[in-house]
Ligand binder design. Structure first.
Ligand code: UD1
Ligand code: CA
Length: 455
């Protein structure tokens, strides 16, 4: 038996979120909770995924226009057993089935695999955990041999059962065949008038099957979210795990509690990240990189030995080895900085290709531009890339020098070794090696008298 069907329950309303958005679409680490579960499910080879939706089914569908999962609608939420029953038609013959939850986002592929490995024709598996405070959860009832024999919901439990600290996480795995056989047998004669999936355990025992109790690697894997407070708490737990993984791989963090990763971050070794940095999307960092406080880096690659100073924002860009950026640099999409480049304070770049060793140190806008090597762009230089309708390109050759406060009106090019006098407005080509002076000539007027005050 190698086929795996993964049923993800996501029909609940999530009343306590007080939101128009279905609960499972609320984000953890920048990604909807349901996406976390789907990603874990995707790590299981050949798994067929079935998402059971109810409240906000259309929004869930629209959120995943191309995702390879089936969706079944549970129009009325009559309980977890009823929810899984809605998915029966999607299960494949001879598949092993695992039940996951769209609001339990941190389940890992390792635990899913362990659960599936413990299923065979006469074993079902159940994910349980010991909690210091088991309140609210279904309690695990074991016989005097220690075998799991039933789950009793909190609201149906007697005093003795309420003292049990081993609880049901809700995650269960068994064959499709047994689900087909047993789900129709579940009734709703209980305190909540719901069809409890948990009743399967007693049914399984009654039919002579054994239940393998499996435990997760960490409690966060089975933490379910019902409120924004719980979501924020799990976010911190998860961020701390990501911070620990990063440190374990050779990057130092000034404070692991002030680090946020929303996406995939990979880093070499001997990097240092100061407080309050945020990494989004796919970010790769080389080695010996130093990142100052309050930086935001999105979908970018940072080369070796780069120094990024405080309050720098980098999006969809590539930063060459040994570059120095910031403080307060804004590197917008399509920027490619060569090695040993410098982009200083209050400089904005966009679609700018900057050759090795070039410098834009102060107060500039460089957009839709291609700079050669060892170019020096003086303070306050602006590429006027937009004529009000179209964007145009500025090209600056190797070893050129652009004096401070120049405006370069694109399309325009400055040849290699070109020199632009400070304060110039450049609207036509500067040939190789020329000096361009594009400003009004200074006149000095001798004997000038200051105006005097009228009475
Ligand atoms: C359930 C378990 C309980 C376990 C707990 C772990 C049952 C009867 N009880 O209780 O033993 O300790 O989870 O968190 O299974 N859902 C649907 N359709 C429904 C009902 C629920 O999709 O008709 C989904 C909900 O969206 C939610 C999940 O199933 O994601 C759990 O449902 P909920 O009613 O919250 O179960 P609990 O009472 O927490
Ligand atoms: Ca309930």
């Amino acid at each position: 038996m190698t086929k795996t069907d993964i049923v993800i329950l996501a029909a609940g309303k999530g009343t306590r979120m007080r939101s128009q958005l279905p609960k499972v679409l609320h984000k953890l680490a920048g990604k909807p909770m349901l996406t976390h579960v789907l990603d874990a499910a995707n790590a299981i080879a050949d798994a067929h995924k079935i998402v059971v939706t109810g409240h906000g089914a259309d929004i869930v569908r629209q959120t995943y226009p191309e995702s390879a999962f089936s969706m079944v609608k549970q129009s009325e939420q009559l309980g977890t057993g009823h929810a899984v029953k809605c998915a029966l038609g999607e299960l494949r013959d001879q598949a092993k089935v695992i039940i996951l939850y769209g609001d339990v986002p941190l389940i890992t592929p390792t635990t899913i695999s362990k659960m599936l490995a413990a299923v065979d024709n006469d074993h079902i598996s159940l994910l349980t955990i010991e909690l210091p405070n088991p309140s609210g959860y279904g309690r695990i009832i074991r016989d005097n041999q220690g075998q799991i024999e039933a789950i009793v919901e909190q609201k149906d439990a007697n005093h003795e059962q309420l003292d049990i600290h081993e609880v049901n996480t809700g995650v269960m795995a068994l064959t499709a065949e047994l689900l087909h056989a047993w789900l129709p047998k579940i009734g709703n004669q209980n305190a909540q008038g719901e069809y409890y999936l948990t009743d399967l355990i007693a049914i399984a025992r009654g039919a002579g099957y054994n239940i393998n109790g499996i435990q997760p690697t960490s409690a966060s894997e089975v933490e379910g979210i019902n409120s924004r407070q719980q979501l924020a708490a799990l976010e911190r737990t998860y961020q701390l795990q990501l911070a620990e993984d990063l440190m374990a791989s050779g990057t130092s963090l000034a404070d692991p509690a002030r680090f946020d990763q929303r996406g995939a971050l990979s880093a070499g070794s001997d990097n240092f990240i100061d407080i309050n940095c945020l990494f989004e999307g796919t970010v790769t960092i080389g080695s010996n990189v130093s990142i100052g406080p309050n930086c935001q880096i999105t979908d970018s690659h940072i080369g070796d030995g780069v120094e990024i100073k405080a309050n720098t924002v980098i999006e969809q860009s590539t930063i060459g080895d040994g570059a120095v950026l910031g403080p307060f640099a804004r590197i917008r999409p399509g920027t490619q900085l060569g090695s040993n480049t410098k982009v200083g304070n209050f400089v904005e770049t966009k679609k700018a290709i900057v050759g090795n060793g070039s410098k834009i140190n102060h107060l500039s806008y460089v957009g839709d531009a291609e700079l050669g090597e060892n170019v020096n762009v003086g303070a306050g230089t602006i590429t006027c890339n937009y004529d009000g309708v179209n964007k145009h390109k500025t090209e600056i050759g190797d070893n050129s020098f652009v004096g401070s406060n120049s405006t370069l009106i694109a399309p325009v090019s400055i040849g290699q070794d070109g020199f632009v006098a400070a304060g110039s407005t450049i609207s036509s080509e500067v040939p190789v090696g020329h000096l361009a002076v594009g400003r009004a000539k200074q006149r000095n007027i001798p004997g000038w008298k200051r105006p005097t005050k009228n009475n």
